[in-house]
Structure formats: C-alpha cells, structure tokens
Design a protein around this ligand. Structure first.
Ligand SMILES: [Zn+2]
Length: 272
C-alpha cells in the first residue's frame, strides 16, 4: 500500500514484515488466526497496513465459518468460478442482491439460511434428497434416536451445553447406515465435514433445540432402525470409538472442511 507504512514513524527506517498469531473470540467462538504486520527492530513498534488488517478480518470470518459448518469466502468464490458463475448470476440464482455475494466472498459471515441457499445454488441436484437422506428433517426424531442410544449406553449421550462431539457421530452412523440399508435416513439431518469429524450442520444452534424437543412428536423407530442402533452400540461400546472410527471414514476424509457429506456416500461407509 502506502510506502510510509513500511517506515517506522520514529525514524528508525524500514520496518520488518513479521508473522503473528491473534487469539480472538468471535460470536462466542475462540479462534486463533495468523496474520502479518510490520515491526520496527529498534523500538518494537507494530503496525498493520489496511490490506493486512483486512486479511486478518477475512481470516477470522473464514475460520469462524469453517468451525460452524458454513461455506467460507474462499470456498464460495472457488465453487462459483468452478461453475462459471459470475457474482451477478449467483445472486440471481439465489434471489439476493449482488452486494450480498460480494460481502460473503469478502469476509462477511452469511446466515445459516443463506448458507443453505448457497449450497442449493451450487449443488441443485443434491438438494433435499442427498442432503436429508429422503426424509424431512426432524429434531424430535434426533432426540428419539439419541434416547435409544441413552438406554444402551446407560447415560445421556447428549448433555446440556454439549458440542455434540460424540453424539453427532452416533447420529451420523445411524443416519448413514439407515440410508444405506433402508434407503432412508432416520432423522433427515444434514452433516458437514468439519475438522472434528462429521457433524450435524449448524450443530451449535441445534443442540439446545434437540435437548428441549418433545420426542413423543416423532414417528416411532421401526424394528429395523432399532437394530441398526443396537449394531452401532455393539460395534462402538465406548462413544469415543464411534468418534475415532468416523475419522477413518473415506467419505469424511475426501471432503473439504465445511462441505456437506451427501447421503449418496453411505454405500462407502467402512467401519460399520
Ligand atoms: Zn522504530
């Protein structure tokens, strides 16, 4: 940018480009982001150019989105170009203004609803069917499936303030195996490939809803579904076993962070 940015204002000459890590809490999530800034070797003064500060803001937003299972700015841009879409044609496909696309690609976090619209615009054929596994999404059924696991594990697999680290893996196996063997998922949930494994899409928002939902409103589990849940428990006597197994699944490994794991991949499950 500006040449003066590279000179120490205290008259010590050129400042050195250095890397640094910043710990931030963004929308309640702790993130560590790497950035660059200029440092004076003589007086220790640190300055960031407007460009560097902007890059840090984008890094924070992208890191947050990856953790939340939302598409990052970079992912939106790459996918859009892959499909030969302009920002305008993507905006038209989603019935939003072009300014929204520019903002999301530039580092503003989209809402979960807008994220869903983005995915529908990018993967029109995968929508509903592969994303929910031929069943409408049901929070009550998630609760019901988890309660079935509760009786087998002899404790509540989903606790208050839970990040669904283990329980989401049990759900994922139940949904994927049901889709593979019965042609239909159990809960209609959508799963994203996150760093901590396959995870319920937008799990932080869903967790309290699941805990407070009324499982009696859900369609009861069929004997076949109960057998699948029992098989998962037999295979993974400790909940962490399901967690570790999920990290060996090629269908999680091959997805990039934040990407949806389609139910079409259920035929490639290896550990169950
Ligand atoms: Zn200086």
């Amino acid at each position: 940018m500006n040449e003066q940015m590279h000179n120490c204002p205290n008259g010590h000459g050129f400042m050195e480009l250095t890397e640094y890590e910043q710990q931030v809490t963004f929308r309640g999530i702790d993130l560590t982001c790497k950035g660059t800034q200029y440092a004076c070797k003589t007086c220790g003064l640190l300055t960031a150019s407007i460009k560097q500060a902007g890059a840090m803001q984008r890094a924070i937003a992208d890191h947050y989105r990856a953790k939340k299972g939302l598409m990052t700015g970079q992912e939106i841009k790459i996918k859009r170009k892959e499909l030969d879409m302009t920002q305008k044609s993507l905006a038209d496909a989603m019935s939003v203004g072009i300014a929204s696309i520019k903002r999301w690609e530039g580092g503003i976090v989209q809402t979960p609803g807008m994220d869903k619209l983005l995915r529908q615009a990018f993967w029109p054929n995968e929508r509903e069917i592969t994303v929910s596994g031929n069943r409408p999404f049901s929070i009550e059924r998630i609760k019901l499936v988890l309660m079935e696991f509760d009786t087998l594990y002899h404790h509540n697999v989903l606790k208050d303030g839970d990040k669904l680290l283990y329980s989401a893996k049990l759900l994922w196996y139940a949904d994927m195996a049901a889709h593979r063997e019965l042609g239909r998922s159990m809960t209609g949930a959508t799963y994203a490939a996150l760093a901590m494994g396959s995870q319920l899409n937008n799990y932080t928002e869903l967790a309290p809803d699941i805990l407070h939902s009324d499982e009696r409103k859900a369609e009861p589990l069929t004997p076949e579904e109960k057998r699948i849940i029992r098989r998962i428990y037999d295979k993974f006597p400790q909940e962490k076993d399901a967690f570790h197994a999920s990290h060996r699944e090629a269908i999680w490994i091959k997805r990039s962070i934040g990407e949806i794991i389609p139910y079409a991949d259920s035929s490639e499950l290896q550990e169950l």
